[in-house]
Design a protein around this ligand. Structure first.
Ligand SMILES: NC(=O)c1ccc[n+]([C@@H]2O[C@H](COP(=O)([O-])OP(=O)(O)OC[C@H]3O[C@@H](n4cnc5c(N)ncnc54)[C@H](O)[C@@H]3O)[C@@H](O)[C@H]2O)c1
Length: 275
């Protein structure tokens, strides 16, 4: 997009962390924001912050795990601002436990919130963007979707890998029709994401923290990266060049890459050294 001035942006999970920071970065450039979040207080607070800073924003309570959520979100946005230009599918939740201890129901919860939310969003917002022949989609995946993450958080990593694939397919399909697609693959970012993670299923896993080889970014840095990616029509946003370096390392010899990551007898996962 050439400008964000006046553009209408919908951000799910906009009440905290990366969603909040992106909302602020887009609003700073003149975008009008719809902050959609399951946490009513946080959504309202972010909308208030934007309005207090001289921008335009509205908050809506929304559970992206609910089939009707995106119909309501789209209707709310059109009623309030009359258009949708940018959709950021940003909600993601974590779970942990060794694979044999993670109940099927927990897999389904993570798939429903992290992955099916993107599917639901596409069924509602894509027809709208296609009809107008312009706009931009941002899907928040993770470095967890790009290479080995951790054996105790497989459902999360699996949904993030799926979001990367969905985004690549959408980029091929939508770009010729005037619609940009960005997939955001952050390394670690200092947000509240751990606060909503349920207790570990089964015994605790004495694992190295996934991504601890990378620095932890402030969400504001990521918000600015997303704003620039929309303006520059950038597909992949890594947030950290080291994430790309690890990906290159894996691609150059996938077998030795995975072999160099060990799980010790005590269950400790040791990720490969990053460059
Ligand atoms: N923080 C990191 O290190 C990191 C790294 C890579 C990717 N990510 C991804 O970034 C995205 C944003 O996460 P964050 O780190 O800012 O976390 P966060 O917890 O600070 O923000 C997530 C927001 O989503 C909302 N939310 C949760 N479930 C919801 C639902 N069902 N419906 C609507 N809203 C819901 C929460 O209330 C919260 O406001 C996620 O997709 C996450 O997987 C985060």
């Amino acid at each position: 997009m050439r400008t964000l001035d006046g553009a209408v942006a919908v951000i799910t999970g906009g009440g905290s962390g990366i969603g909040r920071a992106t909302a602020r970065s887009l609003a700073d450039r003149g975008a009008r924001l719809v902050i959609a979040d399951i946490n009513a207080q946080n959504a309202a607070r972010v909308a208030d912050e934007i309005v207090d800073a001289g921008g335009e924003a509205a908050a809506i309570v929304c559970d992206v795990g609910d089939d009707r959520a995106f119909d309501d979100l789209s209707a709310f946005t059109l009623r309030r601002f009359g258009a949708v230009d940018i959709v950021m599918n940003n909600v993601g939740v974590l779970t942990s436990g060794r694979p044999e201890h993670l109940p099927v129901g927990e897999w389904q919860r993570i798939i429903n919130i992290n992955l099916m939310s993107v599917v639901r969003s596409n069924t509602v917002f894509l027809p709208l963007l296609l009809a107008q022949g312009r706009g931009h989609l941002v899907n928040t995946a993770s470095f967890a979707g790009l290479f080995t993450y951790s054996y105790d958080r497989i459902p999360y990593a699996a949904t993030k890998a799926a979001i990367v694939q969905i985004s690549e397919g959408l980029r091929l399909y939508l770009h010729p029709q005037g619609i940009g697609v960005t997939v955001l693959c952050p390394g670690p970012v200092a947000t509240d994401i751990m606060a909503t993670m349920p207790p570990t299923f089964g015994p605790d896993v004495p694992t190295a923290l996934p991504g601890e080889q990378f620095g932890v970014l402030a969400p504001e840095v990521v918000g600015e990266q997303v704003a620039r990616a929309i303006l520059d029509d950038t597909f992949m946003v890594y947030t950290d060049d080291q994430v790309r370096d690890v990906l290159v390392e894996r691609a150059s010899d996938w077998n030795s890459f995975i072999a160099r990551q060990t799980v010790t007898r005590a269950g400790r996962h040791e990720p490969p050294p990053s460059n």
